[in-house]
Design a binder for this molecule. Structure first.
Ligand code: FO1
Length: 323
């Protein structure tokens, strides 16, 4: 079994390549829920939905979130209420857009959670509804919420990422609830033939998962079987604020900086060929380094990258690869 530690868009693209390289039934994605939020009265799990929508090829390819061929009638209709909404009310937050089809997913998840279902139960129902074989599990069934500290105060993750367009410097991040949360299933880490840290934001996508008690130790114990794919290419993130956050929080926004963050839990880091001149610098951090094409917007790269990643570990995902 191949366990992929996943955030949003980059992880979803990697997973869509991995399921072309090995049978989906051999893959489990454990997904960050620190981005989760309650808005419009609905329970929203953005990274889980991006992984689900991408693997079912329903994702809107431009946005990288939400569904393709989307309409926004419900959101447009909320505008009517803005003039009458009392100050301080969080109703009708039009800065956070929910498409009409996407609403169905949030209606279903919110209703099932309110009946007492766990997030992992609902996530599995939704993944089956989208006819996926890949197992998709939340990092925890307990609430963990990423809070971003700014000079002007602290905001929930989605307010930083969407309402503020992540255009403000970050002074810190906090994973509220992580210290009392339980990892979804320890056997996922102990039994995996290969663990892949997907090309997600090391701080706010991979960080919340590492912050769950016991996870860091469990990952250290499997370090030899763990490979990471750098989300930073030529000193920049391909999408989102990862490079700026690394700098703002005192890390080096390069593949060497990523190697330093991941060295305790992974033995191989895959970097893009644009950073091939940094292979030895990465290896001086105690991490084996492989340079290859990691720009998954090009056809076929996600699959070839996934093969390189899984085959870089001793048990190669427990998969029998064609000779
Ligand atoms: N991102 C935006 O930039 N603007 C939005 O209005 C927005 C709405 C949204 C709704 C549902 C969902 O699952 C994701 C949504 N996202 C939006 C993306 C989301 O903020 C990010 O996917 C993650 O939280 C960061 O990986």
């Amino acid at each position: 079994m191949i366990l992929v530690i996943a955030g949003g868009v980059g992880a979803a693209r990697f997973l869509s390549g991995l399921v072309q390289a090995v049978p989906p039934s051999e893959v489990t994605a454990v997904v960050n829920t620190g981005d989760d939020t309650e808005l419009h009265g609905l329970s929203i799990s953005p990274d889980i939905d991006t992984v689900t929508y991408t693997l079912s090829q329903s994702i809107d390819p431009e946005r990288g979130w939400g569904l393709r061929n989307e309409t926004w009638r419900a959101m447009e209709s909320l505008a009517r209420f803005e003039p009458v909404r009392p100050a301080g009310s969080s109703a009708a937050p039009r800065w956070f857009n929910l498409g009409d089809q996407d609403l169905a997913t949030h209606f279903y998840r919110t209703a099932r959670l309110s009946e007492g279902a766990t997030l992992s139960e609902v996530t599995d129902e939704i993944r089956r509804a989208f006819e996926l074989e890949v197992r998709i599990v939340p990092m925890s069934n307990d609430p963990v919420r990423t809070v971003v500290h700014l000079e002007s105060g602290s905001v929930p993750f989605q307010e930083y990422f969407v309402r503020l367009q992540h255009s403000v410097p970050v002074t810190g991040v906090e994973f509220v609830g992580a210290s009392t949360s339980r990892f979804i299933d320890d056997s996922l880490i102990t039994n995996a033939d290969t663990i892949v840290i997907a090309p997600s934001n090391p701080i706010v996508s991979i960080g919340p998962i590492r912050a769950i008690p016991g996870v860091e130790e469990a990952l250290r114990a499997r370090r030899e079987h763990t490979v990471a794919v750098s989300p930073i290419v030529a000193g920049a993130a391909l999408k989102g604020p990862a490079d700026r956050m690394l700098v703002e929080l005192g890390h080096e926004p390069t593949v060497v900086g990523v190697a330093r963050m991941y060295a305790p839990i992974c033995s191989t880091l895959i970097i893009d060929q644009q950073d091939a001149h940094l292979v030895s610098a990465v290896e001086s951090e105690g991490v084996r380094c492989i340079a290859t094409d990691t720009i998954m917007s090009k056809p076929g790269v996600a699959k070839s990258l996934a093969e390189v990643a899984v085959r870089a570990t001793p048990k190669q995902g427990g998969h029998t690869w064609p000779a």
